[in-house]
Design a protein around this ligand. Sequence first.
Ligand code: HEM
Length: 144
Amino acid sequence: MKTWVAMYLLIWAVLLEMLIVFFPVLGYDANLDLHVLGGAVVVVLALIVYRQIRNTSCPDRIKRISRSTAQLAVLDTVIGFPLYLTDMSILGVPFKEVILFLHFVLAITIIAQASSSATAYDMWEEREFAPTPADQPRSPAHTS
Ligand code: HEM
């Protein structure tokens, strides 16, 4: 899979993952099972992106962002399992709220980082960072 494809797919997969849990159109349980499956897809994509990015000569910042995105995806999945496996009614409400909040914040962070690194990588690959004639400073004759 091309790296830029995997990077943009990751963004859409995380978005879909959120929509699945926010809009349980198939019913709560079915949507949750789909959400768990989606979590695996997100983690695999994030790892593919990081492995592929690592082997390019793109700027280190993009590599670092991709690495932490993959780490956050793994962490979010780890946090998701107690949410999924435990009957929430036997937990204290604050405990549930804290884990859900963390799970949610990590999801937002993953999508934000995946978006920024995808754009940066795409620009690097397309050499859009190279100055174009329009970026040249105007000659003094043009300044009034
Ligand atoms: C890395 C991928 C994942 C993302 C981006 C993600 C995202 C989310 C989001 C945004 C919510 C809603 C949080 C809220 O209501 O405040 C949520 C809820 C939840 N997630 Fe995930 N999740 C991921 C992976 C997983 C995995 C792998 C599992 C289980 C193994 C899981 C289990 C749950 C559960 C049980 C809920 C609570 C559903 C409810 O009772 O309303 N998540 N997730």
